[in-house]
Ligand binder design. Sequence first.
Ligand code: XUL
Ligand code: MN
Length: 348
Amino acid sequence: MWGEKMAGIFRFSFGPWNIHEGEDPFGLPVRESFDFWKKMEFAAREGFEGIQFHDDDAVDLSLSFSEQERNLNELRERLADLGLEVEFIAPRLWVDPFYADGGFTANDPKVREKALARSKRAVDIARALGTERIVIWPAREGTYCRETKDAKLAVERFLEYINALLEYDKEIKILGEMKPNEPMDSCFSPTAGHFLALAENTIDPSRVGVLIESAHAVLANLEPSDEMGFALALGKLWGIHLNDQNNLKFDQDKTFGSVNLRRAFSQIYLLDKYNYGQNGEYVGLDVKVMRTQNFEQSLKHLIYSKEYFLMLLDKVRSVDENKLEQLRASRDYEELDFYINKIILGYD
Ligand code: XUL
Ligand code: MN
């Protein structure tokens, strides 16, 4: 059906939360849980090479320090045995009720202090697992109603927090993963552009970049491939979360390509054209399985997101660049539009 499915330099990753029991804000879990190592074995079997972790996906933070260290060493070894490496660690500052008002932008200084301490621990976990990438998704760093936090002070606190982490470990790289809303009404630094402006004001801008998630861009009413192009132009596209989103509603994390094939095509076109991945960056997925899938069917969203990517990569590589240039030169954009859709439909 499709060509050689050559991934080239592309290496794929996902996080264990992408295989889940179907719980949502309106309903209980609908499926049994997959055991952690079953998820990892699935990843290896399906040709994934990287695993994304939150700090507490990687290790039980309630254990003693020495137990954590032991478990982290074992985790790294067992993952390596499966041919997997850790892509990044993201401090999870939004689940614990302690962070109800956010972490590093919380009004309570004790909360801010603990959020930083937990994030420093996340840095140690990353290093123990062999990665320098720290992903910051500022989930609750925003407001439910405007006057609850000082918007200027919040951004200054965001900056202080990033600086403290850069200072803490001189090797780490910080990847901001921005989303305009959800769970908050409104988030500070809602887009990649905001975060990159912040990055330039840190103590070491060269170690601060972005992870662009397709659905998050759509939620900001932005085109994911343009967001990626923006970051690529600045040398800051260090991670991606491919998925899909059906217009402006809750963050759907749908299977990549399942809503809008053209939008998926545009992202891959750009990534392939500019050799995304040449510095070890991963094609990360962040996708949710439909609640209606049963246990056995609940891995397909990951398999198919990767398949969509590879099928569309094949299409991307069949674009006649000369023809594209001619159509650009003659400004016949109707023809260009039709040409790309014919390729996607297999009529070219
Ligand atoms: C939230 C989201 C997170 C991050 C990692 O919308 O995308 O899963 O990717 O914390
Ligand atoms: Mn994500």
